[in-house]
Design a protein. Sequence first.
Length: 280
Amino acid sequence: MMDQNVRHAAGSPSSRFSPGEQISLPPVLANRDHFVSPGRRDKSAVGEVSVSVPLRLYSYVHDLRGTRVRPMQTYAVAQAVEHASATRLKIQLCDDAGLQSNQDLHGAFKHFYQLFCQLLGNPIGVFVSVETIQQRHMGLGSSSAELLAFLIGLNRAVGTPFTWQELRLLLCWNFVERDLDQPEFVVPAATAGCAFVAGMYGGLTVLGPAYELVAACPIPSDVRIVSYIPHARLRNSRSGPPPTPYFQPFPATMADAEGKQMKLRDELFFAETLPAVQCG
């Protein structure tokens, strides 16, 4: 039986909560009553998985305000930097339930571990070995790359209960980051979702409202520059939230910690996307 913390309808999670306390199911999963149990040791349950995920770059986000709601209400483009692996990670199933690792895992890992346990209906014993290959860079997605690798590996290890589409939607609908003030808690985090798709499939990806995959294509090895010119229909679209001042007060439902996290994310998006758009 699914945990009462699992939400079946769209809605913004409240600010600052314990890992696994609030879970949202995307519509594609809302009508499923059960999922594959990791306790059933069939041929699809691998038990040990190694995963590598490349660095990813957000190249363009049409309307940053659209990333503040779930599901996302804007368009975004991301691409994989396939010559640079951000993370190599190994997942091993253990007999003793719980999440263990060779390093300190932040709250987002614990949140998605709890998500798997609640949806599958069984506690899972997992040991995670994380090896970050490249030096960490702010804005290149090393932290979210580790989280993506963790989900891909855990999904495969327990028998692939979720398709890659379902996995990326679970990640987008439940994406969190550690609370800056109280690290034992997590806060809802803004994401356009396409960087996760680029990490899964490589190449260049375009996502639209509600994390709909609009396009995904490989990037030829001889390509050195990618530029973006938004079509007039996209610039004039009304799919995003109504126009409001950029530096607007955060809603009363957001705690200070979440407000700081969202503002930081917005500033990072601007720093990364504006040069790419201007140079296009």
